[in-house]
Design a protein around this ligand. Structure first.
Ligand code: PEP
Ligand code: MG
Length: 574
């Protein structure tokens, strides 16, 4: 048995046979051509572009999951149809008398090298796009195809160097139960798509492909970030049991779709969803959530060739709101770090991007971009079920500065005679300790709170949420985190404003009794966690929860909190 540790980016357990997909190397020979065959090479160029574009268009119309997938494929199409590609490749064939494959190889490796050597995430994503396009083209020319995808089935765990976001849905369509990759991050598109669909995924394992043996049994533990090769009998039995329970559980939970989450003593808890892409709406419908508690709009900006304009955003917000109506749609203004927008803005690389110009700070610095988004939101919000919230608020100054812009934007729309919402409800994400500490003051001015525990843990404990070498310090059980949540909820109660949780904690079994016990009535979770969260809530009796809070407050360490919350679960058969 060999256990490799990585970062679990999509929870759940998958068991199957290792299907190792080595990174495709361009194996291109330089073949010299005669002058009289230049035209033939050119024709092969146009033919390969045409065929590859057709393949991509076919995928765009047949892939049904995500608009994001489709946009990635549209980007690939644009790369293929970019005049630069044609000029450079045909130019080299003619000038150097080399074959098409070699000219393509030179063009793509040149572009990929440039992007690969840039540190920021935006540009490294661009390199992935160019690599995918180069593979498609060269595969077509060499007669190789992505035929391996056809071989995939429900018994294969896919192990790759990096997971192209445009492929995750294809893998899901072949029932691939689990995915592992050498590279990636928790917030990479492929990780987000895997989470939404519910495929367990572990990334960040440097020697994954070297250590894997094709066809051997492998377990992916997406919750704990483990990949276990050739598990011993006990381990396999344990995980099989877990997996069986997981599958059975999923089936057993189907009856909850569309049912409201009500505790045993009749308290209604709203289970909302966190979404990143508009197409996730289908998943919301499938799982019967009560609306969207967090729309992470930054995904409308990331990896785009140009900034999304007002009409584009308005159409998306309006469409989602209409489909959800009368259920709510909470739009978070873009929570981008400078690195993610550096493709558009002249922003210096920051030493600590998480502590730098991100979230509302970036919006307040680049007000033109912020104003466009606010215009789109205010216009769409005439639907009546949209509200907006600001990320990374540290206190009243941030909130008031953002509100000043919002009011101004609304006044401009009114002056232009454009219909917009007069009564948009405006909330604050509580994800920085200072905002939690000052929640009393914020609650007097804003309309609702949404507690972002993912960042609240990161900033309270000074631990990078994505760094595996300090992962053991990142814990929601830390008494300081629980204390800040309590302060926030109490401030909201005092001011009589709603408060929800939209971080991962909202769907974690240990924490739900504590959160409901505090008085939380809205949990916003990933679509794939909707039914399981409903089930947890429905097992609870809110009267039995009152005792949890003083107990939690009396404990001073992570271990003690964890032990207590787990023990509570066991005692209450929860
Ligand atoms: C959070 O920080 O808890 C949150 C929900 O926002 P994100 O994960 O997008 O930072
Ligand atoms: Mg956050």
């Amino acid at each position: 048995m060999r256990i490799l540790t990585g970062i679990g980016v999509s929870p759940g357990v998958a068991i199957g046979k290792a299907f190792v997909r080595e990174p495709q190397k361009f194996n291109v020979q330089c073949r010299h051509i005669e002058t009289h065959t230049i035209e033939d090479e050119k024709n092969r160029f146009f033919d390969s572009i045409k065929k590859t574009v057709q393949d991509i268009e076919h995928l765009i119309t047949t892939l049904s999951f995500s608009i994001e997938d489709q946009e990635i494929l549209e980007t690939h199409k644009m790369i293929l149809l970019d005049p630069e590609l044609e000029i450079n490749v045909l130019g080299e064939i003619e000038a150097e008398l080399v074959c098409l494959e070699f000219a393509l190889y030179n063009y793509f490796t040149g572009v990929i090298d440039v992007f690969d050597n840039m540190e920021n995430e935006y540009f490294s994503q661009r390199a992935i796009d160019f690599k995918e396009v180069a593979h498609r083209l060269l595969n077509y020319l060499s007669g190789e195809t992505d035929a391996y995808i056809e071989e995939l089935s429900g018994e294969h765990i896919l192990l790759m160097e990096e997971m192209p976001p445009s492929k995750v849905t294809e893998f899901a369509a072949h029932d691939v139960p689990g995915i592992c990759a050498v590279k990636g991050s928790k917030t990479s598109h492929s990780a987000i798509i895997a989470r939404s669909i519910g495929i367990p995924m572990v990334i960040g394992i440097p020697n994954l492909l070297k250590k894997a043996v094709e066809g051997e049994t492998v377990i992916v533990d997406g919750r704990n970030g483990l990949v276990i090769f050739s598990p011993d009998e006990d381990t396999l039995k344990k995980y099989k049991k877990y997996r069986w329970r997981q599958i059975k559980h999923k089936d057993d939970l189907k009856y909850l779709t569309g049912k409201p989450a009500i505790t045993r003593d009749g308290v209604r808890i709203k289970i909302l969803n966190n979404i990143e892409f508009p197409k996730e709406l289908d998943l919301i419908k499938q799982n019967g959530a009560d609306g969207v508690g967090l729309f992470r709009t930054e995904f409308l900006y990331i990896d785009k060739k140009e900034l999304p304009d007002e009409t584009f955003q308005y159409n998306i917000y309006r469409e989602i709101a209409e489909k959800l109506h009368p259920n709510p749609l909470v739009i978070r203004t873009f929570d981008l770090g400078g690195d993610k927008l550096s493709g558009f803005l002249n922003i210096k690389q920051e030493r600590n991007p998480n502590l730098g110009c991100r979230g509302i700070r970036l919006s307040l610095q680049y007000t033109d971009i912020f104003r466009i988004q606010l215009r789109a939101i205010l216009r769409a919000a005439v639907s009546g079920n949209i509200s907006v919230m600001f990320p990374m608020i540290t206190g009243l100054d941030d909130y008031r500065a953002a509100m000043k812009i919002l009011r101004k934007v609304r006044a401009e729309l009114v002056a232009e005679g454009i219909e917009c919402s007069e009564s948009l409800s405006v909330g604050v994400m509580i994800e920085v300790p200072s905002a939690a500490i000052l929640a009393d003051q914020l609650a007097k001015e804003c309309d609702f709170f949404s507690i972002g525990t993912n960042d609240l843990i990161q900033y309270t404990l000074a631990v990078d949420r994505d760094a595996d070498n300090v992962a053991r310090y990142y814990s929601g059980y830390h008494p300081a985190v629980l204390h800040l949540i309590e302060i926030t909820v109490n401030s909201a109660k005092k001011a009589n404003i709603p408060v929800s949780i939209c971080g991962e904690m909202a769907s974690e079994r240990d924490f739900i009794p504590f959160l409901i016990g505090l008085g939380i009535r809205q949990l916003s979770v990933s679509p794939s966690m909707t039914l399981i969260t409903k089930e947890q809530v429905m097992k609870l009796d809110s009267n039995a929860l009152a005792g949890i809070i003083p107990e939690v407050k009396s404990r001073g360490s992570i271990t003690e909190e964890q032990e207590y919350l787990k023990q509570w679960r066991t005692e209450h058969e929860y």
